[in-house]
Design a protein around this ligand. Sequence first.
Ligand code: M6R
Length: 589
Amino acid sequence: MCGIIGYIGGGDAAEIILGGLKRLEYRGYDSAGAAFLADGKLQVMKKQGRVEKLSPLLKGVDARVGIGHTRWATHGVPSDINAHPHRAGGFAVVHNGIIENYAELKAELILGGAKFLSDTDSEVVAHLLQKNYNGDLVFALRETVKVLKGSYALMAICEGENRIAVARHKSPLIIGYGADGNFCASDEPALAGLCNTITILEDGDIAEITSGGVKIFDKFFKPVSRLKEPNLAVSASLGLDGCPHYMLKELRETPLSVEATARAFGGVKDSLRKELDGIERIILTGCGTAYHAALIGKRYIECFARIPAECETAGEFRYKNPVINNKTAVIAVSQSGETADTVEAARLALSLGAKVIAVTNSHRSELTRLATVVVPVAAGPEICVAATKSYTGQIAALYLTAAVLAGESVYSECAEKIEKIPALLTRTLEDLDMRSLAHICASSSGVYFLGRDLDYAVALEGSLKLKEISYVPGEGYPSGELKHGTLALIDVNTTSVVIITDEGLAGKSENAVEQVLSRGGKVAVITNIAEVEERFSGKLPVTYLPKCDKLLSPLLSAVAVQMLAYKAAAVLGREIDKPRNLAKSVTVE
Ligand code: M6R
């Protein structure tokens, strides 16, 4: 999944494309590239690595038309050759998505004499455009997409034509209308500050963009008009507030995220109650951190509302022929609202008659457009690839969603309880000292996060966070499962972080501590139970958190494991905000 932007007008295309690519880096930073038409001739520049590496290559480009790309590699290693745009003769194309039948198309094109340079799936599109061209780029694109399988947002330019042709299927694509030209992009942030009005294209749409206007065709190639909407993306670049990384800044914004999410929930609670009336079963879905929040949401729903709830990663849910009917609600959790698997899971649920509740931090995204009801997470922009404040915001939103399902009195009680959390989070952030444990984890061969019930859900998230930004291997495990396999991995070089916040289960998790210690492994404990602290203090590193309502304790322990991951990554000198191989928004399968 990648970020793409195009421009045609009276302005400096190189400067506009470069600015847009910088704003799009959160969608991938393996390489960046751009293609321009200057005096009718195609110029293509591309470079492995961040957008800043592309910048010097664009100096001196004098063009009014251009398309650009930031890449998150799916097919072919990150390299100059595999960077987009891809070119065939006088045609250049940028692509976000995956062409699933590229291998057979490539074989056919090679038989026809095409010479491929890259290992990407996307290069076939450039060759198909060349093959299908009869003097009309939009027609060539239309013929090309007829044979593509998979997902795509495509932008193409060619020598001899002063326009950009675009097409979308399953990958988002928007058009922007500016004062001095028109734009196309994979999402709104790319166009922040460039135009006030946008159109979100629909699946199957093809469009022609010139400096004077935009023509849109539907999947039957019939001219259509699509809604014009205000561009809500803000151009102000977000500062670090004195923090060395966005991750730390965003972690420190956790109290605000929970507070604002709880406040925003008031605006949606009545429609949520109405839409969920009569629902007999709930399936929660999401990917990565959002899935971990969903696991906690499932517990809340079953605990408060006693409605059977299941949880499935979106990439699995989509392909399992789920049993769904109009008495089912699917809660799709996603920070970005653009994650391909989550969006497609929501689409599938709707097609089977379910209600879809989107719990998202992105209030205008593919997921929000699809959803029956949107439960806002009000975490604010999250720049770091690793999710922090959005995860805690999601937990808060799911807590209140579950409470609403249980009726007004449970809801009022829960709303009061969550009001106390931001102050406790502030205290937690002030008191947390994860430095020495971070050093231990950074030098461990593996770090295992253990817990039971809600602590287990947080253990999964702690493990993901540590792996994602420090690259230290490990797993999250239910404490009770340790002895069924993972114990074999424990030795003096491993560290186990045991989360214990449930008094009823504390004894059981303490057993896990002893089992690891007796196999020579290092252990640390994160707890808010005084007796647990007393028992291990002085013998092991113990992080003691403020006491809070049992069901809300994940909000505090989440901050502890996130901070631990952050500090460990800092010890190892990792590039914390942009970890290797990852991207913030995962818009491909
Ligand atoms: O935007 P989403 O919440 O749908 O993203 C889902 C995952 O890609 C995301 O949570 C990922 O796991 C994070 N990088 C974890 O920190």
